[in-house]
Write a protein that binds this ligand. Structure first.
Ligand code: PEP
Ligand code: MG
Length: 589
């Protein structure tokens, strides 16, 4: 949605991560035909020319492949058009002239290239004959192809962008956000992306406001202006008028103060006011997040998403590299437990920037399936984890288990590695508690069988919702049916908790719902022992725990279990939450 008031443009998207940011736009991916302009150091000019020549060579190869395909299909008009494209690409205007221009202006290749294409366009526009005017379409076609290659090679990293940037991108991957430096980035604004996509989870962990499903049509106006992002409402103001800017400056300060005020709960227990003590632990992706865990009095790490430490690298890490990382983490835990989840690769998490070739990656070779197939990668990781267990309270958890046999196989490999290390005299913990994630309906339904084999269970609601409701967690267009309050999800949680209790093992929730204080009484009332949330949400959730009683929470859960739709459950949770926290302030920080 777009509305315009004077210079001020208001865009409306889907709020993904709360918070307010005020800053300058930075276009991370490219909009339409826009390209960045930057100077090239004299020593790099010949490399820049080479980069351009490669882009032309790749484009020619593409066209030849396409021509062959058309020939096979006997689409001869198409073959002739592509012949013309090949010839144009040999034209000195597209080769020598651009190379000379790169050398003389010392500007980047795509900038020089696009400027020349624009000059062409002006010339073509002034031609009276419509046939020749139409020929410009061919040049556009070629230029898109060449620009595609040039852009690929200049894709910047979110690790090094100007301070206080508001990132505008078509979409973000988990590794994009993993690289992002939260000190530099004000907010993310994307055209696509769901609230529990892995990119969104990392943005939340870093406290970066995020709004998705934004239509970029009017974004040109933002190029040099100020931008305000309201991650609570999904509003984005471009060139805000002074009154809007002043209002948001004040609001930003207020929210920061509210959040600061909550920090005092860090010293207190995660205990309901009638004395039920819950475990409140942290989900972490990077070791830097541990400072907040200690500051806010978390009881440990309930989920270390180990794949993030390596996702932006260009190869799988060695045992030593992993050992160093795990050891550093374990030592920083100061005796508190840490659950290391083995690599959850696949779905929307790609290693080494390789997109999955599977038609349906979320239903494909992801997580434990990948590890049991790539056994050496799995063993290497387990060896590093087991060695790190000598230095603290380390627990291992397997992701996306969907059958008992997977859990048994993974456990057997872990036991074998543990024994091997002991036999070699390597220092390791005598026992390593093993946990199983419940993220797939089949696992929830056989929770009794899985519980018998484990020391703890952890319910990953982000995936459990996705797989129960058959709705892609990253698809913003379906966000209205991605409902953690769906009765099926509540019943599955109840089932898993009952089985865990029956077998005397603890059960945690580590999906995003655990960080939403509206869910706190429901989850405690369902019998969940532990909530694991991004460190920065510990004060908010601890406050919610301290504001509830276990008796009231159990009654609320009973009521919720009787409701028949996601909307009714959501309504129940929101109205209960408002009763306890009337100003709705903490949910908004
Ligand atoms: C989950 O699925 O809820 C979970 C915690 O795992 P991830 O978000 O990493 O898939
Ligand atoms: Mg998951």
């Amino acid at each position: 949605m777009i509305s315009v008031k004077g210079q001020e443009i208001l865009l409306k998207g889907t709020p993904i991560c709360r918070g307010i940011a005020i800053g300058k736009p930075f276009f991370f991916t490219f909009i339409d035909d826009s390209v960045p302009e930057f100077s090239i150091a004299p020593s790099d000019v010949e490399n820049e020319v080479l980069r351009y020549q490669r882009a032309i060579a790749h484009s020619r190869e593409d066209i030849r492949t396409l021509q062959k395909k058309l020939e096979n299909e006997r689409i001869l008009e198409g073959v002739a058009i592509l012949d013309a494209h090949l010839q144009m690409m040999q034209d000195p205007l597209l080769t020598r002239q651009i190379e000379t221009e790169i050398r003389t202006t010392r500007k980047n290749a795509e900038y020089v290239f696009l400027n020349i294409v624009k000059q062409y366009q002006q010339k073509f526009n002034s031609i009276a004959d419509p046939f020749f005017r139409e020929r410009f379409k061919d040049i556009q076609d070629i230029s898109r192809r060449v620009l595609g290659y040039l852009r690929e090679s200049v894709r910047v990293s979110l690790a090094d962008i100007p301070p206080n940037s508001i990132i505008f991108a078509d979409d973000l991957t988990a590794s994009d956000t993993a690289e992002a430096n939260s000190g530099q980035i004000g907010a993310f604004v994307t055209q696509v992306g769901g609230a529990t996509s892995h990119a969104a989870i990392v943005a939340k962990a870093k406290g970066i406001p995020y709004v998705s499903s934004v239509n970029f049509e009017k974004i040109e106006a933002a190029r040099n202006g100020l931008v305000i992002v309201d991650g609570r409402t999904g509003e984005i103001f471009i060139n805000p008028c002074p009154a809007t800017a002043a209002k948001y400056e004040k609001l930003r300060e207020q929210l920061q103060c509210q959040y600061q005020e909550l920090h005092h709960v860090g010293k207190l227990q995660a205990e309901t006011y009638d004395g039920y003590r819950a475990q409140l632990s942290a989900n972490i992706e990077m070791s830097g997040e541990l400072d907040m865990l200690h500051q806010f009095g978390g009881s440990g790490v309930g989920l270390f998403r180990s794949e993030y430490a390596f996702m932006t690298k260009d190869r799988f890490p060695s045992e030593e590299e992993q050992f160093e990382i795990y050891c550093e983490l374990v030592q920083k835990m100061q005796g508190l437990p840490i659950v290391i989840r083995t690599f959850d690769i696949g779905g929307d998490k790609h290693f080494m920037n390789h997109q999955s070739q599977e038609g349906n990656p979320f239903l494909g070779c992801r997580a434990i399936r990948f590890l049991l197939k790539e056994i050496e990668i799995f063993k290497t990781q387990l060896r590093a984890i087991v060695r790190a267990s000598a230095y603290g309270d380390v627990r291992v958890m397997f992701p996306m288990v969907s059958a008992l046999s997977e859990l048994k196989e993974a456990k057997a490999i872990l036991a074998e590695i543990h024994q091997e290390l002991i036999d070699k005299g390597v220092k390791v913990a005598p026992q390593i508690p093993i946990g199983c994630m419940i993220e797939v309906p089949s696992a929830a339904i056989i929770a009794d069988l899985l519980a018998k084999e484990c020391d703890f269970l952890s319910i990953g609601t982000n995936d459990l919702v996705q797989y129960s409701l058959a709705v892609d967690r990253g698809n913003h267009a379906l966000s209205n049916i991605y409902n953690p309050t769906h009765p099926s999800v509540i019943r599955l949680i109840k089932l898993v908790v009952s089985e865990a209790n029956h077998h005397g093992i603890p059960v945690a929730i580590c999906g995003e719902v655990a960080a939403d204080p509206r869910f706190t009484p429901l989850l405690l009332g369902l019998g969940v022992h532990e909530l694991s949330v991004a460190s920065r949400y510990i004060p908010i959730v601890k406050n919610a725990i301290r504001n509830t009683s276990i008796v009231a929470a159990s009654k609320l859960a009973e009521k919720a279990l009787e409701l028949s739709s996601a909307a009714e459950v959501e309504q129940l949770l929101t109205s209960e939450y408002r009763l306890n926290v009337p100003e709705d302030c903490f949910y908004n920080c």
